[in-house]
Design a protein around this ligand. Structure first.
Ligand SMILES: [Zn+2]
Length: 217
């Protein structure tokens, strides 16, 4: 490889790294490497110098890092056809309020295995397509889509004031015959998904009635 070509290659890589860092809005983290494989782009992330990390529970900046966990992987939106995978070794911080906790990730919720950007895109598409169709579109499995939609609905209920519900509809989603996997509750008037519950229907529906309908047991 000629020196010029090598220079250009390095320059392009730096541009991609900068682009991803900006897209993910990293401040205390940085992109150290971007590798392309046949199936995906692997984006390696590391802490940026001694920048302070935030507690994953209360989001307060913490002075001390307790330890470094083993590498985790997050699925992100695709770049053209190639899905992005983020790789990072999470730190556990010593939070003055919460004790030793896993740090806050600017790109994902603490529990999530996909980035916030991908889960938002999935939740939006799942309103238009079937969950199977959405899963296919994003190269995820059905269960990941179900988890994302469930979290999105929970988030929506917590953060948005809803008008009173007059007509509800309930449905059960099963993967195999006789095996109920999720219970979903709709506002039939406005045609929005209100609530997604686990396979234990009775337990799942109870909080919905007490919270949403104002009926107390
Ligand atoms: Zn904390």
């Amino acid at each position: 490889m000629s020196p010029t070509k090598e220079y250009e290659r390095t320059r392009t890589e730096v541009l991609i790294e900068t682009f991803i860092r900006k897209q993910l809005r990293l401040k205390a983290h940085t992109v150290t490497k971007v590798e392309e494989t046949d199936e995906c782009m692997l984006v390696s992330i590391d802490r940026l110098g001694k920048r302070l990390l935030r507690c994953g529970v209360c989001r307060q900046r913490c002075l001390e890092v307790h330890d470094i966990r083993r590498e985790r992987e997050w699925r992100d939106l695709s770049m053209r056809k190639l899905p992005l995978k983020l790789l990072y070794r999470p730190r556990r911080v010593e939070c003055p309020r919460c004790g030793v906790r896993v740090e806050d990730f600017p790109w994902a919720e603490p529990w999530a295995r996909v980035t916030t950007a991908l889960s938002t895109a999935v939740a939006v598409l799942a309103r238009e397509l079937s969950w199977q169709g959405t899963a296919r579109e994003y190269g995820l499995n059905w269960k990941s889509v179900a988890t994302i939609v469930k979290r999105a609905v929970q988030y929506g209920l917590k953060h948005r004031a809803r008008p009173p519900v007059h007509v509800i509809g309930m449905d059960e989603v099963s993967r195999r015959k006789g095996q109920v996997y999720l219970t979903v509750v709709y506002d039939l008037e406005r045609r929005v998904l209100l609530w997604v519950g686990d396979d234990r229907t009775e337990e799942a529906v109870r909080p919905f009635f007490t919270k949403e309908m104002g009926k107390r047991r």
